[in-house]
Write a protein that binds this ligand. Sequence first.
Ligand SMILES: [Fe+2]
Ligand SMILES: [Fe+2]
Length: 184
Amino acid sequence: MSFLDKIAAAVAPAASDEDRAEARRRVEALSAGEDWLRMIVDQHRQIEALFREAKASANPEQRQAVVRKLATELTGHANAEEAVVYPIVSEDSGKTHAVMAYEEHAMTKVQLSKLERMDPLSKDWSDKLEHIQSAVQQHIYQEEDSWLPDLVENTSPAGRALLSARYREEYERYCGTGGRTFTA
Ligand SMILES: [Fe+2]
Ligand SMILES: [Fe+2]
């Protein structure tokens, strides 16, 4: 069992597709009027789409190009969460949640770096991609199921407004606007 698997297993058994779909429905309902949360969930969808695109890619150049796009999106998203969201998770959801969240991001970065250095046509590459996808799916589920809803419930309206401005700023610092807008 790899370190990522151990982390995921220590937290909870992996969520089922139904669990994840239900958490997504609930967090989408909660994100009305919460720009920070809408941006995060939108980026989660984008990350999920890039995993699907990477798996569907046939030739090595295309696989490497999609993995680079995925790594950029994941890094920009993770940087922004780490800079402005997880400190609030630590206060308003729980210290152990924040520690777990930072650790899962770190492990994902380590595994993504391995993937970027693998032969994109090898079975190891496909296995690694599959593995990272499962870990990221579980991480996204944890965020959407409880860590982020806790902030909607416990963080003040002023704190959440600041979070919206700061999250956008930090995400765009790395990813730019990229032609994607997050207007209401
Ligand atoms: Fe995250
Ligand atoms: Fe996230």
